[in-house]
Design a protein around this ligand. Structure first.
Ligand code: BJ8
Length: 426
């Protein structure tokens, strides 16, 4: 924690934030954080790093981004897993995941897009329209992607307010799609070279691949430790680690997460955990949980169970697969990046049966007692996959519960009741 809190209001004003609205947002997130995270018992000491990062989420990290920009560095904002961080870093730029996990400014959003739009899209548009997100205001470029129709159209609207560039993502994984995606990654290389003025070469891309793989390996270690009973870390804390991975300094984050993983290994060896041995173990799958969305994990864990894994973009889809490190030429490395990213199993693909296999495998590896499949309301893609997921989980001998929710707290009581009943029957 900062010994002497620094006043960042001048920096926020320079970024054009609405200071009153931003203060209100920070106050609400701070309160939510305390109630969700700091009230937990027996947390690993290594979580102190993430507590510190969160206490400075709009402070120190934004200052770092802006100091970097002052020396000519470029910051790139993203919303989706398909935008390869390795290419951004290879050009000498920094990548940050943009805030999209809280209800803010919906009154303004609903003036320009339908009310029945998913919360993730409404959230990022709300943050932009009300000028409360210092990350997007620090981003020299936002890279979108043609994953779902809602985001595709929202990027057109965002493009009227910010510098936005959109990657075309195929929706199938045939050879012809792989070739199109490789070409798209090459377009990204050219775009990043134009933005930064730096050429991407084999050396810089190899270094970026190693660096980002290192980050993913650290998260894999944390994920593996969660297979133990009792679980050495809560689902909330693990989710937070993945959420922070999107915007923290890469080498510093990797080092801190490896330290945390060392501690978790020691806890597992000592049979020490955050929950009682035998607590019900839940795998969560579904739409991503962008910062500061911790709602479902909080409900599950306050009901006495422990979340042992997330098959989602703020979970295994982010860290499970690495980019192959054996490429020697720039072309080989770009192909390896394209291959790794097209391997992500998002519901925007058809067919998407590999996601089902991932869910069942993770549930078994992590010794889950049940699976909760969570979709954001109005996300046609994930809502449409619900039944298939339920059937696959049940066929593997595990109970499944599907829920549809948003970012409001209005359904918290109803969700608690359903989740408690689900845990009862496990
Ligand atoms: S790779 S899950 S981050 S697209 S929830 S905005 S799909 S209507 S977020 Fe996603 Fe990339 Fe896929 Fe992951 Fe649309 Fe659905 Fe909203 Fe969504």
């Amino acid at each position: 924690m900062s010994e002497q809190p620094v006043d960042y209001h001048l920096m926020w004003a320079d970024l054009g934030l609405d200071l009153a609205a931003h203060d209100a947002l920070l106050g609400a997130v701070g309160q939510l954080y305390n109630g969700t995270f700091l009230s937990q018992q027996n947390r690993p000491a290594g979580m102190g790093y993430l507590d510190f990062v969160m206490s400075e989420v709009h402070g120190l990290r934004i200052k770092e981004l802006n100091d970097f920009r002052a020396t000519g560095g470029k910051v790139v904002g993203t919303f989706c897993l398909y935008v390869p961080e390795e290419i951004i870093r290879a050009a000498g730029a920094w990548s940050v995941g943009l805030c999209a996990g809280a209800e803010f400014g919906y009154d303004k959003v609903e003036q320009i897009m339908p009310r029945n739009t998913c919360a993730l899209i409404k959230s990022f548009m709300g943050f932009k329209l009300t000028s409360v997100c210092p990350y997007i205001e620090s981003a020299d470029l936002v890279i979108g992607e043609t994953t779902c129709d809602g985001k595709k159209k929202a990027y057109e609207l965002l493009g009227e307010l910010h510098n936005v560039w959109v990657m075309e993502l195929p929706q199938m994984k045939r050879d012809v799609d792989q070739a199109a995606w490789k070409a798209e990654i090459r377009e990204l290389v050219a775009k990043m070279e134009e933005l930064t003025g730096n050429a991407i070469g084999a050396e810089s891309l190899a270094a970026a691949i190693k660096e980002v793989n290192g980050k993913r390996r650290a998260l894999q270690r944390i994920a593996a430790a969660r297979a133990a009973d009792p679980a050495p870390i809560s689902g909330k804390d693990s989710l937070l680690a993945t959420q922070v991975a999107f915007y923290d300094d890469v080498p510093r984050f990797t080092q801190s997460m490896n330290t945390l993983a060392d501690e978790l290994d020691a806890r597992v060896a000592a049979g020490e955990g955050v929950s009682a041995k035998g607590a019900k173990r839940i795998l969560i799958t579904g739409t991503p949980m962008a910062l500061p969305n911790w709602k479902l994990h909080d409900i599950v864990e306050k009901a006495g169970a422990v979340v042992v894994g997330e098959e989602m973009c703020t979970g295994s889809r982010y860290y499970e697969d690495l980019v192959a490190e054996d490429g020697t030429t720039l072309d080989e490395m770009i192909d390896a990046v394209a291959k790794r990213y097209l391997g992500i199993n998002c519901a925007c693909f058809t067919p998407n049966s590999d996601r089902l296999a991932d869910i069942v495998r993770l549930a078994k590896d992590l010794n889950a007692d049940g699976v909760i499949n969570c979709s954001l309301q109005f996300c046609g893609l994930y809502e449409m996959e619900c039944k298939t997921v339920e059937n696959a989980v049940r066929a593997a001998g595990l109970p499944a519960l599907s829920i549809t929710t948003d970012y409001s707290g209005e359904d918290a009581g109803q969700l608690s009741t359903r989740i408690e009943a689900f845990l009862e029957m496990l």
